[in-house]
Design a protein around this ligand. Structure first.
Ligand SMILES: Cc1cc2nc3c(=O)[nH]c(=O)nc-3n(C[C@H](O)[C@H](O)[C@H](O)COP(=O)(O)OP(=O)(O)OC[C@H]3O[C@@H](n4cnc5c(N)ncnc54)[C@H](O)[C@@H]3O)c2cc1C
Length: 329
């Protein structure tokens, strides 16, 4: 058995030190195949997780997600459930069937037996959304101790869109934005970052002002980093919320990178999660009533009116109907 020192946790994987290479090109050493030390272990290993362990998954213009450790696999979930149900479940369910049963019936604690630890680099405004998920353990870099890197998020050209008129929280994905306007937005953001960073450097370096004060002029587009550890049940809750099209694009892409890992790590649990949560739909009492009218042959307008659906709730029901119709082969 290999006993690791505390610093191994972070130093174990290649890491770009030059901020301009935070998202490395193909020739960067961080993208080289990682030579894992050959070790024998008595721990559970997931083949899919092992293949992605340590890989730096680039996200946005300068961020990343990197899995630095994990515990457990599909079988650990099944095994935990069998402890509570007893050996007789072996006969009733195979592993996949049992996992699907657990997910369907929201028997969630067996999924908490698996854990994963990520190192992530994201803009501060993304971290603020992310930190709302309280069930993870977090350790964030501190700008009291270390000097801020000159690393700011500037959206890609195609992500620069107008404010949506119908959704106060979202972007207008339909109105075309002239290329010149998009380029101007990027120039404006970049210039502002340069000015602010120069002022920060003046405060922290030339004037010797405490870093904890100097940082207060930095914007929320500045990149931060943290180690984020969470169990599978809560990771799936996070992913269900943040993979959703209503989640902001800038956090959704982090969720997509984590989903890539989770799919490889626990393929059976992921399949059940996709079927019963991610790609499922829930129906309210009114929606069930409208659906029953529809199945009884009522025209759609009459069905929703009889059910009492209106406004935003009606729009959401129509979206669900469109999804249901789209699944027809
Ligand atoms: C699309 C979207 C838009 C959002 N918009 C806003 C916004 O405008 N403003 C804003 O402030 N937030 C916003 N949020 C954040 C949102 O309100 C939640 O805080 C966030 O999604 C975390 O969800 P959670 O509490 O379920 O997760 P977690 O904190 O991970 O908790 C998981 C579950 O544990 C339980 N739990 C955890 N802590 C407690 C507790 N203290 N008491 C009781 N139960 C607990 C709950 O069942 C909870 O669902 C938004 C989130 C999304 C996805």
């Amino acid at each position: 058995m290999v006993v690791r020192g505390p610093s191994d946790v972070v130093d174990r994987w290649p890491m770009p030190t030059d901020p301009s290479q935070a998202v490395p090109g193909e020739d960067h050493p961080a993208n080289a195949a990682i030579e894992l030390p050959t070790r024998s272990t008595r721990r559970t290993c997931s083949e899919g997780a092992e293949a992605l362990l340590g890989e730096l998954m680039p996200v946005l213009d300068q961020g990343f997600v990197q899995v630095i450790d994990y515990m457990g696999d599909d079988f650990d979930i099944v095994q935990a459930a069998r402890v509570s149900y007893g050996p007789s479940t072996k006969r009733v369910h195979n592993d996949r069937g049992l996992l699907r049963y657990l997910m369907r019936h929201r028997h969630t604690t067996p999924f908490e037996m698996c854990e994963v630890k990520f190192r992530c680099k994201m803009p501060i405004f993304v971290a603020r959304q992310w930190i709302r998920h309280r069930t993870a353990n977090v350790n964030e870099m501190s700008l009291r101790y270390s000097r801020a890197e000159d690393t700011f998020y500037v959206p890609a050209i195609e992500q620069i869109t107008l404010q949506s008129r119908s959704n106060r929280q979202g972007r207008d994905g339909e109105t075309a934005v002239p290329g010149e306007l998009r380029a101007r937005v990027r120039r404006l953001m970049t210039r502002r970052h340069e000015e602010l960073y120069a002022d920060y450097a003046a405060l922290a370096d030339e004037l010797g002002i405490a870093r904890e004060l100097a940082r207060s002029i930095l914007p929320v587009s500045l990149y931060t980093q943290w180690i984020w550890k969470i169990d599978l049940h809560n990771l799936m809750h996070f992913l269900a919320l943040r993979l959703d099209p209503h989640a902001q694009y800038e956090i959704r892409v982090y969720a997509e990178a984590m989903a890539r890992f989770a799919r490889a790590w626990v393929p059976l649990a992921w399949e059940a999660f996709t079927d019963y949560r991610l790609e499922s739909a829930s129906l309210s009492r009114l929606e069930l009533r409208a659906l029953s009218e529809l199945l009884g042959g009522a025209p759609e307008d009459a069905a929703v009116e009889r059910a009492g659906l209106k406004g935003r709730e009606l729009r959401e029901f129509r979206e669900k109907l469109a999804r249901i119709r789209a699944t027809r082969a």
